[in-house]
Write a protein that binds this ligand. Structure first.
Ligand code: C5P
Length: 299
């Protein structure tokens, strides 16, 4: 019998996040261009008497270690579908910033799902795993798939996208977190008197990704949640300015924030931007990472 299974899962940045009007179910239709970046959480599944979660790494005191953790729910959903008990110990080694808009919680859910699926030899198809991911959260399917993809619907309907080269990113980790529902509520408030257009993917952005052209990608980056995130966290504007002043090709809020993302032209420039951001005192920590990165992978 397999003693334990470890899965590595990447973080993401949204290179385009086009948000439509609120739907009757409260979600928003999106054109969400996900790019997986090389910052990873690892989830190890080991047989146990009952479902339990432990975690190590930065800020793990801020993640729940009970059944409200999305990783636990992933194990429970998979077990229920296959008529087995979710008796597993999930150990999460966190390197993705917590509550930062980089899909760390979604990564842990996708990692737990793949680890349990492998440990229990359920034989679930890729489609079934993606269905469970979509049930767990809008960003979870992408954490499983990785690379680059266009997410439509609430973000869960994925179309893989070609990427023609490596992109160099710097992430500035802010103090505290931002609640995703709160940021979407602020988006609704800020757009209440406007006609919100149907979200569509930008052809220029897709072409820049395919060409591996960082300058063209920088010109096409957009995040419709950014005004809402900045409205809730005005201090993030100074971080964006510090990264741009240090030579980043572009700066934006990552997803619903508060992590901010900076695209650099090469690894040297990324290191300079990261150092300047730290010196600026406008963020708590910086991380440098390349994209695209592979999706959830059994180690
Ligand atoms: O799907 P997920 O659980 O990650 O979504 C968290 C919250 O973010 C939702 O409850 C909703 O408030 C908001 N959301 C949204 N539209 C989306 C995705 C998320 O309004 N497409």
């Amino acid at each position: 019998m397999t003693a334990s299974v470890t899965v590595r899962v990447p973080a993401k940045v949204n290179v385009q996040l086009a948000v439509g009007a609120a739907r009757p179910d409260g979600f928003h239709d999106l054109a969400n261009v996900f790019l997986a970046v090389g910052l990873y959480d690892e989830v190890t599944a080991t047989p146990a008497d009952t479902l339990r979660i432990t975690a190590e790494g930065h800020d793990v005191d801020r993640i729940p270690l009970d059944r409200t953790n999305l990783a636990a729910r992933a194990a429970e959903l998979l077990a229920a579908r296959h008529g087995i008990e979710p008796d597993v110990h999930l150990h999460i080694v966190k390197d993705i910033p917590v509550a930062g808009g980089m899909a760390g919680g979604s990564a842990d859910a996708a990692g737990a799902l793949l680890a349990c699926d492998t440990l229990w030899s359920t034989g679930a198809s890729r489609t079934e795993l993606l269905d469970i991911c979509a049930e767990l959260g809008s960003d979870v399917p992408f954490s499983l798939v990785g690379g680059a993809a266009l997410g439509q619907g609430r973000g869960e309907l994925l179309t893989p996208l070609p990427v023609g080269g490596a992109f160099h990113w710097v992430f500035a980790v802010a103090d505290g977190g931002l609640s995703t529902p709160a940021v979407y509520r602020e988006f609704d408030r800020l757009t209440a008197v406007t006609d919100v257009p149907e979200p569509t993917a930008s052809p220029e952005l897709l072409a820049a990704l395919e060409a591996g052209d960082a300058t063209a990608l920088a010109a096409a980056l957009t995040n419709d949640l950014q005004p809402a995130a900045l409205s809730l966290r005005p201090d993030l504007a100074a971080t964006l300015e510090a990264g741009t002043a240090a030579g980043a090709l572009a700066a934006l809020v990552s997803g619903s924030g508060p992590t901010t993302a900076f695209l650099a032209k090469d690894p040297e420039s990324a290191a300079e931007v990261a150092a300047a951001l730290l010196r600026s005192g406008t963020c708590r920590q910086t991380r440098v990472a390349q994209a695209p990165a592979a999706g959830a992978t059994v180690l």
